[in-house]
Design a protein. Structure first.
Length: 194
């Protein structure tokens, strides 16, 4: 599971718990059920009591701060939505698209597993992962490679460009398969595009 998927699931679970708790509390308060529990009748109660309304009236900064917080929350939400648009992971790649005879597909997981296996055999590679993005007819292979401290970057890159990428392109019958390669040495990452 990708990091984005994990973060999304955690955020959705936490938001779900908060919203369920808040909604349940609001329903119980509106029905008067909480009145018995907290010792007063809550039916028809205002959200802000007189004391809270007078505080907000005396504090000219209160509503601008609430508005700014809401704006920041809206921007974070927009950023999250844009991140979701960038995670259009492919499940399969179309090898040929001749509708008269049908179409042949290869599972993206099979291709990425083969690419990772090829990369793992290169001297100096300590870890690798691959993912497919885009559409079935216009795929993009993203390849992340971590190198050991003793690895030779030029050698690893040359092997990926001359052996791994051509094999991947041949496997999907796409000599123009776009590849995004990111190489990490120790703590730094270098990006290469093909």
């Amino acid at each position: 599971m990708s990091r984005v998927d994990t973060v999304n699931r955690v955020v959705f679970v936490l938001l779900g718990i908060v919203f369920i708790a808040g909604g349940t509390t609001a329903l119980l308060a509106a029905s008067g059920t909480l009145g018995d529990w907290i010792g007063e009748d809550t039916r028809g109660a205002l959200l802000l009591t007189g004391l809270e309304r007078s505080y907000t009236a005396r504090s000219p900064w209160f509503w601008p701060v609430v508005g700014a917080a809401a704006g920041v929350l809206a921007l974070l939400s927009l950023r999250w939505l844009l991140a979701q648009a960038g995670t259009s992971r492919l499940t399969s790649v179309t090898l040929d698209d001749d509708k008269s005879v049908g179409s042949t597909r290869i599972l993206a997981g099979a291709l990425t597993a083969a690419v990772v296996a090829d990369v793992a055999h290169i001297w100096g590679v300590s870890d690798a992962s691959a993912r497919m993005f885009g559409s079935g007819l216009n795929p993009l292979l993203k390849l992340d490679v971590s190198l050991s401290e003793t690895a030779q970057l030029a050698f690893v890159r040359e092997r990926i460009e001359t052996v791994v990428v051509p094999r991947a392109r041949q496997a999907v019958s796409r000599p123009d398969l776009a590849v995004h390669l990111r190489v990490k040495i120790g703590g730094s990452a270098r990006r290469y595009f093909e």
